[in-house]
Design a protein around this ligand. Structure first.
Ligand SMILES: [Cu+2]
Length: 351
């Protein structure tokens, strides 16, 4: 079948521009009323805009992570993040009536098969080891300190409960290690879905200087594998029919695999040298053609229906420079984290 045609990007931008200016104006005029109402905590690194943990570029000295172990059974949250080299102060709270364990694999980027028997799961950890393995009795709390190795930036480690049939019933999650702090950087986040979408599909960041380090946390909201593949060239529109050949000749700026498991995530860390609009796609066959693409607006105002600029900033100077829209960005991103939806206009089914 032939790939569905997308409207050309320039035309879309042109149509959106007047609306964008109007909305920006409204947003700016509303900010005076909004900003004082924001609790200060919403602007601090580690706000719920992102998964817990310190974003890349922040201090790697210490990260406090609290995990609730429930009788569903589940880990809450089931996606944890910390930078390489950080010391993590874990608090494990068993909020249920059954025993659970928090057992963190030390084997990077392995997603355990969901149909492993309890004996085989225990066998995997016996053979391969674990970073953390703690039993938490009902209605008790355990504290564990864990030093994230410095050489595992970009890796993801699964954690499970080894109590029989809890992993099999869904009690697992992923510990995602971001890059070591590299100085001033900007952090953003988005999700992938089984309906072939990036959510949001338009990301905006507002660096105060170039080259700018940008770290995007990509979390899988579905169960299919995806990639986050970003064009090195700005203001270029990719085509589902020719992106493979294009990337063969023009290597992407960043290309990360998003593990095929709900809640798993991967950091896409990269540097841009100039403002512009950079397209990102999923390279898994058929996904781009079904609409799995988006645009990163670097130093360029994103369309009005996108999330506001940068969801979290790691440096005071960047915060000031990017202005007060940031508060709104953090709040919007927090809402996205809870609801997982920023609706985009529906496109006709292409199957
Ligand atoms: Cu995909």
């Amino acid at each position: 079948m032939s790939a569905p045609r997308r409207p050309p990007v320039p035309a879309r931008k042109g149509r959106r521009l007047p609306a964008l200016l109007i909305v920006l104006g409204l947003a700016l005029s509303a900010l005076g009323a909004l900003i004082p109402a924001l609790p200060p905590a919403d602007l601090s690194p580690g706000a719920r805009a992102l998964a817990s943990g310190t974003p890349p570029g922040g201090s790697a000295a210490a990260v406090n992570l609290t995990v609730n172990l429930t009788d569903l059974p589940s880990f809450d949250p089931h996606s944890l993040n910390a930078p390489a080299g950080a010391v993590v102060h874990f608090t494990f709270a068993n909020v249920g009536a059954y025993p659970h364990t928090f057992t963190l694999s030390d084997t990077p980027n392995v997603v355990l098969a969901a149909n492993l028997t309890p004996a085989r799961l225990a066998g995997f950890f016996a053979a391969n080891g674990s970073f953390v393995n703690v039993s938490v009795a009902p209605a008790t709390t355990e504290f564990v300190n864990f030093s994230v190795p410095s050489g595992v930036a970009g890796d993801s480690f699964e954690f499970v409960s080894l109590v029989a049939y809890q992993f099999q019933a869904g009690m697992y999650g992923f510990f995602n290690v971001s890059g070591a702090p590299t100085g001033p950087g900007i952090t953003s986040s988005l999700s992938t879905t089984d309906t072939f979408r990036f959510v949001p599909s338009d990301l905006g960041v507002a660096p105060t200087g170039y080259p700018a380090t940008i770290d995007v946390l990509v979390t899988n909201d579905g169960a299919l594998p995806h990639t986050f593949t970003l064009d090195s060239a700005s203001n270029n529109t990719l085509s589902p029919g020719s992106f493979t050949q294009y990337f063969a000749a023009h290597p992407p700026k960043v290309n990360v695999n998003i593990p095929a498991s709900a809640g798993a995530s991967a950091w896409a860390n990269f540097t841009v040298s100039a403002p512009g609009i950079y397209e990102f796609i999923c390279e898994v066959p058929g996904h781009f053609a079904n609409g799995m693409y988006g645009f990163l607006y670097v130093g360029v105002a994103p369309p009005a229906n996108a999330t506001a600029p940068s969801t979290a900033l790691v440096q005071a100077g960047v915060l000031l420079g990017a202005g007060s829209l940031l508060g709104v960005g953090v709040v919007l991103a927090a809402a996205a984290a809870y609801t997982g939806r920023f609706p985009r206009s529906p496109s006709p089914p292409t199957h």
